[in-house]
Ligand binder design. Structure first.
Ligand code: SF4
Length: 82
């Protein structure tokens, strides 16, 4: 399970931190802070509650493997040897 948040969408409503405090918190300006981008399965129901209760649709839950970040040169990491 992989969780992402779009901080540009976040309005600081705090519903995510109430629904899943092990996964989400709020910064001093009340915007979301993602504590666990890959939470344990036991938190799935709470994360789903957070996804459903976020008024901005800023939270995404995926079971797909995360896409690796590109490095500073814009290159994605090389695939591991087969
Ligand atoms: S519920 Fe959504 S809008 Fe509210 S703090 Fe969390 S991510 Fe931001």
């Amino acid at each position: 399970m992989h969780v992402t948040v779009d901080e540009d969408l976040c309005c600081g409503a705090g519903q995510c931190a109430l629904a899943a405090p092990e996964v989400f918190a709020q910064r001093e300006d009340r915007t979301v802070m993602l504590l666990q981008p890959a939470p344990q399965e036991q938190h799935r129901d709470a994360v789903l509650d957070a996804v459903g209760s976020c008024p901005k649709g800023a939270i995404t839950l995926s079971d797909a493997a995360p896409v690796p970040f590109a490095d500073a040169a814009g290159e994605a990491p090389a695939a591991p040897p087969a």
